[in-house]
Write a protein of this length. Structure first.
Length: 275
């Protein structure tokens, strides 16, 4: 069993290791032997330096854009999804069940089905409201709220069912408003499962390429890290050493976040499953 676990771990880690090993090679060496160990680990620092100082990549600007989009999207996703799930659980009505099933159904709709309607809808809303939604932070954050809300509500919905209603009734007797009851009593109890929601959505938003490439454009003024990595890919020339070094730089923050929060992730999944 232990040998099988080690073997499975190596399979899971193999993409990360391949990126790491090839980030420490020259482009020609990557093409010749992509799975071989690097001969000179000093090449890793050279490749990373070339990526950071490359004007087309703009690492720090792209990092700031990715960080801002991810952070703001996660804050709104966590708060709004928690509020929505709480209302759907506590309001026992036919419409609550219907709305929840709509959230569940939205989880199985492929993104490719809604790509073109998404762009046309946002373009029409931009003209109607006079607010720029394409090639802007506002538009892509709203899009992430829409696509990430279904899974977040689904996870939180199951957890909230296990919270005793008597806690909320006691708060109401003490004169607490519905909003105060939620933010003072319910919201703090959701911390374990909210951490799970944050990590799952954070990994997806940080690594997402397709939605930013559509909403922001490949050559727009705003670029996330995955979109910026594509600047090293041309029609006839592919700078594999810079591509993989840039991918390695983009992976580091989310890997560190996952390692630091893995205990909370497991705790949230276990508690959510028990409840």
């Amino acid at each position: 069993m232990e040998l099988f676990a080690i073997f499975l771990s190596l399979i899971v880690l193999s993409p990360f290791l391949l990126v790491l090993f090839n980030s420490a090679k020259k482009s020609a060496d990557i093409v010749i032997s992509p799975i071989a160990l690097p001969n000179n680990w000093g090449q890793l620092l050279t490749n990373l330096s070339n990526v950071i100082h490359n004007q087309n990549f703009s690492y720090f600007k792209s990092f700031q854009s990715s960080l801002f989009i991810t952070a703001v999207s996660l804050v709104f996703l966590t708060v709004l999804s928690s509020m929505s799930a709480w209302v759907l659980v506590r309001n026992k009505s036919r419409w609550s069940d219907v709305i929840f099933m709509v959230f569940v159904a939205a989880m199985v709709i492929p993104f490719q089905v809604v790509m073109l309607p998404l762009l046309s809808t946002f373009r029409g809303l931009s003209d109607f409201l006079g607010i720029r939604l394409l090639s802007s932070y506002t538009g892509i954050i709203i899009a992430y709220l829409g696509f990430g809300g279904s899974m977040s509500v689904f996870i939180l919905h199951g957890f909230i069912k296990g919270i005793p209603r008597e806690l909320e009734e006691a708060a109401w007797i003490d004169g607490c408003s519905p909003e105060g009851t939620f933010f003072r009593v319910v919201f703090p109890l959701l911390k374990p499962v909210q951490m799970t929601v944050l990590i799952l959505n954070g990994i997806w938003i940080w690594n997402d390429y397709l939605l930013p490439s559509l909403m922001l454009g490949l050559n727009g003024r705003i670029k996330t890290l995955p979109v910026a990595v594509s600047s090293f890919v041309g029609s006839y020339v592919k700078q594999w050493d810079l591509i993989l070094a840039a991918a390695f730089l983009a992976m580091i923050p989310i890997v560190i976040l996952f390692l630091c929060a893995q205990k909370q992730i497991i705790q949230g999944l276990v508690e959510g499953a028990i409840k």
